[in-house]
Design a protein around this ligand. Structure first.
Ligand code: OGA
Ligand code: NI
Length: 359
């Protein structure tokens, strides 16, 4: 297998480019016309992804959600692959602290951040590109990537030491969001007609994985030519995104159009990743999304990825496979799957499509 050692070109921090005050962006960041934000008129500028109230979900009780809420979640998973949740049980204060702590990290002097510079081998640390294709067109963002679980991968030395209390806040945030994911997994299992622990068991039970990517999108002098993050579907299980409360940017693909998400106050944005698309035999969709940038405001977002144990084969749950509805995917471990993406960078939905069993 191809071994990944280092980036194919010297890394340029997008934040430094932005702060240098260039009036135009380097060619490396200019997307081909069909991929540009302005290519399709945003006709549905009022549209939004569903907003779902999770009052009743918190606590250890399996699930006290009303049937109408379960139905809303079911439709959102089938039709959108995305929804926002409010009253989700994670403290608004912790959400704000987590986002603002990370914002402060990105505002630290470059020398401090460079100490955490990442490599394509594990991606952990401070990064500025996904994929190692030489000459690739790049996205207008920097990021920080770290592991919470499994504990064998959790390494505080790879987490930022400053700003003060950064590690504590990140830790607490991860614990709370992982609990929320556990509860959402139960709801999805029941909605698919399984026992509530079915999906979690398919993820390896307590041995699931969890990691965080914090995205930093600097101001961009030519936002119509670039993307903050190219179109992709999330490779993992479930994603819980804490968006910037002031700056929109996330767009979700729906019926061929890009819908700009308008975050509700203290909401999380939840989306189905490729692994749940596979487990659900495509009843639930891992939907393409991307991020646009703007010239007036930077944007910070925290994407928490809740993933299967990385070395167990993931394949459609047997109850969803029948003569009428054969398994759409061949088994693959998340380790194998992730390697694709780490080599190629964001490529729409081509990864999960390529898992389709030949027939
Ligand atoms: C991601 C992602 C969206 C955003 O990190 O996978 O889709 O709004 N982020 O930053
Ligand atoms: Ni994503």
């Amino acid at each position: 297998m191809n071994s990944v050692q280092d980036w194919p070109e010297p890394i340029i921090r997008v934040q430094s480019l932005s702060e240098s005050g260039l009036p135009i962006i380097p060619e490396r960041y200019i997307k081909p016309a069909p991929d540009r934000p302005s290519f399709i008129d945003p006709e549905d500028s009022d549209a939004n992804i569903p907003i779902i109230d999770l009052t009743g979900l918190s606590g250890d009780e399996a699930c006290n959600l009303p049937a109408t809420t379960l139905d809303q979640i079911s439709s959102a998973c089938r039709e959108w692959g995305f929804f926002q949740v409010v009253n989700h049980g994670v403290s608004p204060l912790l959400m704000d602290q987590a986002r603002e702590t990370w914002r402060s990290f990105f505002h630290l002097p470059m020398e401090i951040k460079q100490a955490y510079a990442n490599s394509p081998k594990t991606y952990e640390g401070y990064g500025s590109r996904l994929g190692i294709e030489k000459g690739a067109i790049l996205d207008w963002s920097d990021y920080y990537y770290l592991h919470y679980l499994p504990l064998t991968l959790k390494d505080y030395n790879k987490w930022p030491a400053s700003p003060d209390s950064c590690r504590e806040v990140i830790d607490e945030y991860g614990k709370e969001v992982a609990k929320l994911c556990g509860r959402i997994m139960k709801v999805l299992s029941m909605n698919l007609g399984f026992r509530e622990d079915c999906l979690q068991n398919a993820f390896g039970g307590e041995n699931f994985g969890a990691c965080l990517r914090v995205n930093f999108y600097p101001k961009c002098p030519q936002p119509d030519l670039a993307l903050g993050l190219s179109s992709h579907s999330d490779p993992g299980g479930l994603t819980v995104l804490l968006p910037d409360h002031e700056v929109p940017g996330l767009q979700v693909r729906k019926d061929g159009k890009w819908i700009t998400v308008k975050p509700a106050k203290h909401a999380f944005i939840v989306n189905i990743g490729d692994q749940i698309q596979v487990l659900s035999n495509a009843n639930y969709k891992s939907v393409e999304h991307r991020v646009i940038v703007n010239s007036a405001m930077e944007r910070v977002s925290l994407a928490f990825f809740y993933n299967p144990k990385s070395d167990i084969p993931i394949k459609p749950v047997e109850e969803l496979v029948s003569a009428d509805k054969p398994a759409l995917y061949s088994p693959m471990t998340f380790d194998e799957y992730r390697l694709f993406i780490r080599l190629r960078g964001p490529k729409g939905k081509s990864q999960v499509e390529s898992l389709k069993s030949p027939r």
